[in-house]
Write a protein that binds this ligand. Structure first.
Ligand code: SF4
Ligand code: SF4
Length: 79
Protein backbone atom coordinates (compact mmCIF):
# COMPACT_ATOMS: atom_id res chain seq x y z
CA UNK A 1 0.00 0.00 0.00
CA UNK A 2 1.03 3.59 -0.55
CA UNK A 3 0.67 6.46 1.88
CA UNK A 4 0.03 9.90 0.39
CA UNK A 5 0.74 13.20 2.16
CA UNK A 6 -0.47 16.07 -0.05
CA UNK A 7 0.79 18.61 2.51
CA UNK A 8 4.36 17.72 1.47
CA UNK A 9 3.65 17.76 -2.26
CA UNK A 10 5.22 20.60 -4.32
CA UNK A 11 3.30 19.84 -7.49
CA UNK A 12 6.38 18.96 -9.53
CA UNK A 13 4.54 16.06 -11.22
CA UNK A 14 7.65 13.90 -11.43
CA UNK A 15 5.48 11.11 -10.07
CA UNK A 16 3.23 11.34 -13.12
CA UNK A 17 6.23 11.18 -15.44
CA UNK A 18 7.63 8.20 -13.53
CA UNK A 19 4.29 6.44 -13.74
CA UNK A 20 4.20 6.90 -17.49
CA UNK A 21 7.65 5.37 -17.71
CA UNK A 22 6.32 2.27 -15.98
CA UNK A 23 3.28 1.99 -18.24
CA UNK A 24 5.33 2.36 -21.42
CA UNK A 25 7.88 -0.27 -20.41
CA UNK A 26 10.49 2.43 -19.80
CA UNK A 27 10.23 3.51 -23.42
CA UNK A 28 8.75 6.99 -23.11
CA UNK A 29 7.15 9.70 -21.03
CA UNK A 30 3.49 9.70 -21.98
CA UNK A 31 1.03 11.41 -19.68
CA UNK A 32 -1.85 9.72 -21.51
CA UNK A 33 -1.04 6.50 -19.68
CA UNK A 34 -0.66 7.43 -16.05
CA UNK A 35 -2.33 6.05 -12.94
CA UNK A 36 -1.60 8.88 -10.55
CA UNK A 37 -2.73 12.45 -10.83
CA UNK A 38 -1.63 15.58 -9.00
CA UNK A 39 -3.94 18.57 -9.09
CA UNK A 40 -3.48 22.04 -7.66
CA UNK A 41 -6.55 24.19 -7.14
CA UNK A 42 -5.59 27.58 -8.53
CA UNK A 43 -7.83 29.48 -6.13
CA UNK A 44 -7.00 27.78 -2.85
CA UNK A 45 -3.58 26.42 -3.75
CA UNK A 46 -4.64 23.10 -2.28
CA UNK A 47 -2.99 20.05 -3.84
CA UNK A 48 -4.71 16.71 -4.19
CA UNK A 49 -3.09 13.43 -5.19
CA UNK A 50 -5.03 10.49 -6.53
CA UNK A 51 -4.48 6.99 -7.86
CA UNK A 52 -6.86 5.40 -10.31
CA UNK A 53 -7.77 1.79 -11.00
CA UNK A 54 -5.04 1.36 -13.62
CA UNK A 55 -2.36 1.40 -10.93
CA UNK A 56 -0.79 -2.05 -10.70
CA UNK A 57 1.55 -0.99 -7.88
CA UNK A 58 4.41 -1.04 -10.37
CA UNK A 59 4.27 -4.75 -10.97
CA UNK A 60 7.63 -5.96 -12.28
CA UNK A 61 9.57 -2.96 -10.95
CA UNK A 62 11.93 -3.13 -7.98
CA UNK A 63 9.99 -0.38 -6.30
CA UNK A 64 7.04 1.89 -6.99
CA UNK A 65 8.43 4.50 -9.36
CA UNK A 66 6.19 7.35 -8.24
CA UNK A 67 7.45 6.86 -4.69
CA UNK A 68 11.06 6.50 -5.80
CA UNK A 69 11.07 9.76 -7.72
CA UNK A 70 9.13 11.89 -5.26
CA UNK A 71 11.87 14.00 -3.69
CA UNK A 72 9.61 15.63 -1.13
CA UNK A 73 8.34 12.67 0.83
CA UNK A 74 4.74 13.09 -0.26
CA UNK A 75 4.59 9.38 -1.06
CA UNK A 76 5.79 6.42 0.93
CA UNK A 77 5.31 2.68 0.94
CA UNK A 78 3.42 1.16 3.82
CA UNK A 79 4.80 -2.31 4.61
S1 SF4 B 1 6.63 13.78 -7.21
FE1 SF4 B 1 5.95 14.12 -5.09
S2 SF4 B 1 6.12 16.35 -4.80
FE2 SF4 B 1 6.16 15.97 -7.02
S3 SF4 B 1 4.01 16.15 -7.67
FE3 SF4 B 1 4.40 13.99 -7.22
S4 SF4 B 1 3.75 13.70 -5.09
FE4 SF4 B 1 4.02 15.90 -5.44
S1 SF4 C 1 2.66 2.61 -8.11
FE1 SF4 C 1 0.90 2.95 -9.49
S2 SF4 C 1 0.73 5.18 -9.61
FE2 SF4 C 1 2.78 4.73 -8.82
S3 SF4 C 1 4.11 4.70 -10.62
FE3 SF4 C 1 3.45 2.60 -10.23
S4 SF4 C 1 1.63 2.30 -11.50
FE4 SF4 C 1 1.98 4.50 -11.33
Amino acid sequence: MMLLDPTRCKGCKLCEAACSLHHTGHEAFNLAVISTHVHRDNDSGKITISLDSTCDWCEGEETMLCVKYCAYGARSVKQ
